[in-house]
Design a protein around this ligand. Structure first.
Ligand code: FAD
Length: 317
């Protein structure tokens, strides 16, 4: 149970990281190389993302376009099982609303129970790249709060249609996402955080943040959360800056600001190599500052940044 461990106080420092399942058609070799390169630093858990709902538009014979859902990255549950099988490290597969019906989600939960996996991160999921706004799947959920209610019902021993589960398994320990700089669609931070409070009331055990480069924004967020009565552990999550193009891509994709000091330094970089070195330096300083503020567990996003996370882990863990 990840939450129990996140609640523990003490000086012991540690980290976790997130991986993506392989793209359709790819094997697990690259994924295992990523884990191999980080496992010796003692990660406490590994998150596995889910990507259900990419859409492609196909032209019909009459010239009209039709929208078809494709699963670009299958197998979160299976990959979680494979990682758990190969490494002695707890896994947290992500369960998302996008592209999934309530029934799909139920089968994911059942499969996880068969694998003995009881930690999950409960999310709405990104909107499809081609879409302007999030489109709920028919017979699915519109937000993470509703998905959490389905998991609660499952934990209480009932399928989504109300049928009792004959042999209920272990209850799921649920983490959720939170956004120190506000979720992109929320009208304001206050309203976004009310939904985080609601998730806590629905039994969310902890929250993992969206990435951020300015620790002050994270500290202000946690302070506000505590004032609102949000008491669950809030895990800071970071992604080392690794490429020059991220200066514009990161704010656009993750809706977080690049602090002026970091942006100025990136502008001085002549190559991606320079940007990567700067990113390692910046994130290392962020982690040290988080440690000094009593945050002893750091979560890392590893996309395009595996080697950077490894360099940081070498220094700090
Ligand atoms: P929600 O909590 O549903 O929030 C979405 C919006 O709806 C917010 O503006 C919120 O304020 C509002 N809202 C929440 N509850 C309600 C309610 N009851 N009524 C009305 N409005 C409400 N995406 C993926 O596709 N796959 C992943 O594996 C993945 N992993 C992630 C891991 C982390 C740590 C983080 C921080 C994000 C991750 N994401 C992932 C991205 C995430 O799915 C998107 O940011 C998504 O847009 C929102 O997800 P959420 O769970 O925060 O949604």
């Amino acid at each position: 149970n990840i939450a129990e461990f996140l609640h523990q106080k003490g000086d012991k420092r540690g980290f976790s990281f997130e991986v993506l399942p392989p793209l359709k058609g790819n094997g697990t070799a690259a994924l295992f190389r990523t884990i191999d390169s980080l496992k010796d630093f003692g990660p406490r858990f590994i998150n596995i993302t889910t990507h259900h709902s990419e859409y492609v538009y196909k032209e019909l014979e009459n010239g009209l376009l039709t929208r078809q859902r494709v699963r670009r990255r299958p197998g979160t549950v299976a990959i979680a099982g494979a990682i758990q099988n190969k490494y002695d490290i707890p896994v947290i597969p992500h369960i998302i609303c996008s592209g999934a019906t309530k029934e799909d989600i139920e089968y994911e939960l059942l499969d996880l129970q068969f694998l003995g996996i009881s930690n999950i991160l409960v999310l709405r999921g990104d909107k499809a790249k081609e879409d302007r706004q999030f489109t709920p799947t028919e017979n699915g959920h519109s937000n993470a709060t509703d998905l959490l209610k389905q998991v609660n019902q499952f934990n209480d021993g009932f399928f989504f249609d109300g049928t009792p589960i004959k042999h209920p398994g272990d209850k799921f320990c649920c983490g959720v996402a939170c956004y120190p700089e506000k979720h992109e669609e929320a009208p304001n931070l206050e309203m976004d955080m009310q939904h985080l409070l609601e998730k806590q009331q629905l039994g969310a055990d902890y929250a993992i943040t969206q990435l951020f480069y300015d620790n002050e924004k994270f500290y202000a967020f946690v302070e506000k959360a505590r004032q609102m009565g949000i008491t669950i552990p809030i895990v800071p999550a970071l992604k080392p800056f690794a490429k020059l193009s991220q200066l514009t891509m990161v704010p656009k994709t993750f809706h977080c600001d690049i602090p002026e000091a970091l942006a100025q330094e990136v502008l001085k970089c002549k190559s991606d190599e320079d940007a990567k070195a700067l990113g390692i330096e910046w994130t290392t300083a962020q982690v040290k500052d988080l440690f000094n503020h009593g945050y002893n567990h750091i979560h890392f996003f590893t996309v395009s940044a595996v080697d950077s996370v490894k360099q940081i882990a070498k220094i700090l863990f």
